[in-house]
Design a protein. Structure first.
Length: 144
């Protein structure tokens, strides 16, 4: 199963989600890959310092080598599941890539963008992502 995480800049939420999900997939013995991108990402930007710290402190994961990438058709085509951070990411995606509609997973509650916030806000965001990822993995594994 290939899971794509999409946020806006691909420097906070989606790289954190990608790392959390990769760890969970290993633990649950779910084969596949994770990737992330942004709807308005500037290419090759690092993850924000607080995203790196939050993921390190909470999950002992390292995302310091992450480089942002913009959304593109190849990423959409490769994905079996496309996890968007908020409802507002869905309409532009569907209008650009109508074929992705059936692959979309939208969390029950939007995951707020922590950009430029404190480390504590990033940690809260990571915990919200973890809950949403647990829900998504449970739903996609039930659907086979």
């Amino acid at each position: 199963m290939n899971i794509l995480f999409i946020c806006t800049g691909n420097t906070c939420r989606s790289p954190m989600a990608e790392a959390i999900c990769k760890k969970k997939m290993r633990k649950l013995k779910i084969s596949g890959n994770t990737d992330s991108c942004g709807t308005a990402a500037v290419p090759n930007m690092p993850a924000t310092e607080n995203a790196v710290l939050a993921i390190k402190e909470l999950y002992n994961l390292n995302i310091s080598k992450h480089l942002s990438k913009p959304l593109n058709v190849e990423l959409i085509d490769k994905a079996d599941v496309i996890f968007v951070m908020s409802q507002r990411h869905t309409m532009p995606l569907i209008s650009l890539f109508p074929e992705c509609k059936d692959k979309l997973y939208v969390p029950q509650n939007d995951i707020a963008d922590p950009y430029m916030s404190s480390l504590e806000v990033y940690k809260e965001c990571a915990k919200e992502l973890e809950c949403a990822i647990d829900d998504m993995l449970s739903k996609v594994s039930q659907n086979g």
